[in-house]
Design a protein around this ligand. Structure first.
Ligand SMILES: Cc1ncc(COP(=O)(O)O)c(C=O)c1O
Length: 347
């Protein structure tokens, strides 16, 4: 029995065609700025995102942290939603690397409102108050991972960012799954991130490359991002092989994200019928399905699902997360639902 792996969209394996593109990549030493394929990827992503400059990074975590490190000084504050990746899954990097503190707000599906952000501002003149941390950055995430792959309504995104900008804060957008938000909403990538001072995107999630992320911003910020990348050990040499996978993915794997979204909804519809599970089908917008587990710990279901040949992750004590991706096709959905249904009966 082949396991159906729904733990994350990071588990995909590069296709033969992607591996061929990687093997054929023209490469050079990227720390010397001599890798033509990395340069081509950076230029392509900068153009797609409507930013002046972009920098290749080994991971989404590093791309986020390069951006945040370029904006923050020790003792400063990042406003963000409590479920953000930058808070929960980056090893405490904001505090450990940049000496920043976080001010976390709760929001349904991870989507803050302008009123909420306005209420959390420390106000004009706080920078001169010796008691107050300087508020420097608003961190947003689109799609929101812990929010169940939620896509920001564009007007809300713009409004929240405008409140931050008016108060003198920078806006960083964690766009690890920005591609999904773009495909789901039909809003051009550059338009979706027009409000962001810095933005990160991942190539190794829905797009299916083995590694790689890109951080985009202004031309002026690029040297700082590069310096921080080197300092963190993220300066790679013949990285063009990885960049080639990214270029290939942008050509061949972007539009198909719609299939992952349809598969997520189809799976959610089936799971909503399973006794012991509950799932809000109408909230499924992209490739992430959150399922509430009744009457027993989520981990019990995770273990039972593994026995049945489906790999999933728990999010907290009473929820599991299923993520659809390139290596799960529409015809796998009925089988995945059946296995999960058996697991729910067994758990
Ligand atoms: C929203 C979000 N941001 C950033 C990352 C970090 O990416 P990486 O695992 O490449 O460090 C992830 C990874 O899952 C993510 O979901």
């Amino acid at each position: 029995m082949n396991a159906i792996d729904l733990r994350s969209d990071t588990v995909t394996k590069p296709t033969l065609a992607m591996r061929t593109a990687m093997a054929q990549a023209d490469v050079g030493d990227d720390v010397y700025g001599e890798d033509p394929t990395v340069r081509a990827l950076e230029e392509r992503v900068a153009a797609l995102l409507g930013k002046e400059a972009a920098l290749f990074a080994p991971s989404g975590t590093m791309a986020n942290q390069l951006a945040l490190g370029s904006l923050l000084a020790p003792g400063e504050e990042v406003l963000c939603e409590r479920g953000s990746h930058i808070v929960n899954y980056e090893g405490g990097a904001l505090a450990a690397l940049w000496g920043a503190q976080t001010n976390m707000l709760d929001a349904p599906r991870g989507l803050l409102t302008a009123t909420q952000v306005r209420a959390a501002l420390r106000g004009p003149g706080h920078e001169d108050d010796v008691h107050a941390p300087r508020q420097r950055v608003l961190g947003l995430e689109d799609t929101h991972n812990r929010g169940g792959g939620a896509v920001w309504p564009l007007a809300q995104l713009d409004e929240v960012a405008a409140v931050a900008h008016q108060a003198g804060l920078f806006v960083h957008l964690d766009g690890a799954r920005l591609w999904n938000a773009h495909i789901q909403s039909g809003v051009p990538l550059a338009r979706r991130v027009a409000m962001a001072d810095t933005v990160s995107v991942c190539l190794s999630k829905g797009l299916g490359t083995p590694a790689g992320s890109v951080v985009a911003s202004t031309r002026e910020r690029l040297p700082k991002l590069k310096r921080l990348r080197k300092r963190l050990g993220g300066g790679m040499r013949q990285a063009g092989m990885l960049a080639a996978a990214g270029l290939y993915a942008l050509d061949h794997h972007l539009a198909r994200l719609a299939e992952d979204h349809a598969n997520a909804r189809a799976l959610a519809e089936r799971l909503a019928e399973v006794p012991g599970l509950s799932c809000e089908v109408s909230s499924i917008e992209t490739n992430i399905v959150l399922v509430n587990v009744k009457d027993r710990p989520a981990q019990t279901l995770v273990a039972a699902a593994r026995t049945e040949g489906v790999l999933v992750n728990a999010v907290g004590t009473d929820r599991i997360r299923l993520v659809l991706h390139l290596d799960v096709s529409a015809k796998d959905i009925p089988e995945a639902a059946q296995r999960l249904s058996r697991a729910a009966r067994a758990a």
